[in-house]
Design a protein around this ligand. Structure first.
Ligand code: NAD
Length: 259
């Protein structure tokens, strides 16, 4: 078991990729915290892990709310004594060309992806620095390195996470805290299922064409990445045994955007 007795907070873990990471971490012995805005699904996810014999709790948290983030992390430390891993994963998508993108949508996107990453990082560093260890994992995207039509705030925020990660890696190293970014290609989660009809409408093409000609166009095998593929990388970053692996970003994308 690669995460035996480690405490891992995963934001946005009531659904999709975050939930797959929670399951993977629990199977590797971690005490898992499902931190999500959606209290019902967060508790359902934690309950289902407990029913399988794992230790898990849910914490209701809007990652853009400073007070909720700080109190949520305090609640975790009160229950489990420490925080070893943070996966800053909560995220949403907004599809719009720049010329008609409302300022409110731009701000909401940057708040969830960037304020959320900053606030959860800061709240966890307080404890990681004291215990002199920790691993912070940001959920980036191929869009941390590449652009697509209609996704300006998402692409901007996901690029920004790489900058935050590099600074956290540099500042954290003297406390044995590592920071890395996972950059997945398209994964069939509610976030992606929602944008297929939206993009089809905005671009005037069929949903099938959105999948084949846009989402999977630059993969080398026409395949979706899976949430389990992403969870495997999240396990690698969480369990890596030395400070050699920090400040990095890793694509898991069926060859879409090779470096
Ligand atoms: P999802 O919609 O399945 O899950 C997102 C979760 O985040 C939900 O449980 C939602 O309640 C939660 N959430 C949203 N806003 C929140 C907030 N303010 N505070 C706390 N929780 C909040 O989405 P997903 O596809 O699993 O996406 C997870 C992450 O992976 C996102 O950061 C996304 O950008 C990233 N990502 C997704 C894909 C993909 O193709 N699905 C690809 C690359 C990166």
């Amino acid at each position: 078991m690669r995460l035996q007795n480690k405490v891992a907070i995963i934001t946005g873990a009531a659904s999709g990729i975050g939930n797959a990471i929670a399951k993977k971490y629990a199977a590797e012995g971690a005490k898992v915290v499902i931190a999500d805005l959606d209290s019902d699904h967060a508790e359902l996810a934690a309950k289902s892990l407990r029913e399988e014999g794992h230790e898990a709790m849910s914490v209701v948290m809007d990652v853009t709310n400073e007070d909720q983030v700080n109190k949520g992390v305090e609640k975790v430390v009160a229950a489990y004594d420490k925080v070893d891993v943070l996966v800053s994963n909560a995220g949403i998508q907004v599809i719009s060309p720049v010329e008609s993108l409302p300022l409110a949508d731009w701000k909401r996107m940057l708040a969830i992806h960037l304020d959320g990453a900053f606030l959860t990082t800061r709240a966890c560093l307080k404890y990681m620095y004291k215990q002199n260890s920790g691993s912070i994992i940001y959920m980036g995207s191929v869009h941390s390195k590449e652009a697509s039509l209609l996704k300006a705030p998402y692409v901007t925020a996901k690029h920004g996470l790489i900058g935050l990660c590099k600074v956290v890696a540099k500042e954290g190293i003297k406390h044995n805290v590592r920071a890395n970014v996972i950059c997945p290609g398209f994964v069939r989660t509610p976030l992606v299922d929602k944008q297929i009809p939206e993009q089809a409408k905005d671009l005037g093409i069929s949903e099938d064409d959105v999948v084949k000609k846009i989402m999977l166009k630059d993969t080398i095998d026409g395949e979706f990445t899976t949430a389990e593929d992403v969870a495997e990388i999240a396990l690698l970053f969480a369990s890596f045994d030395s400070n050699a692996l920090t400040g990095q970003s890793l694509l898991v994308s069926h060859g879409w955007f090779m470096q």
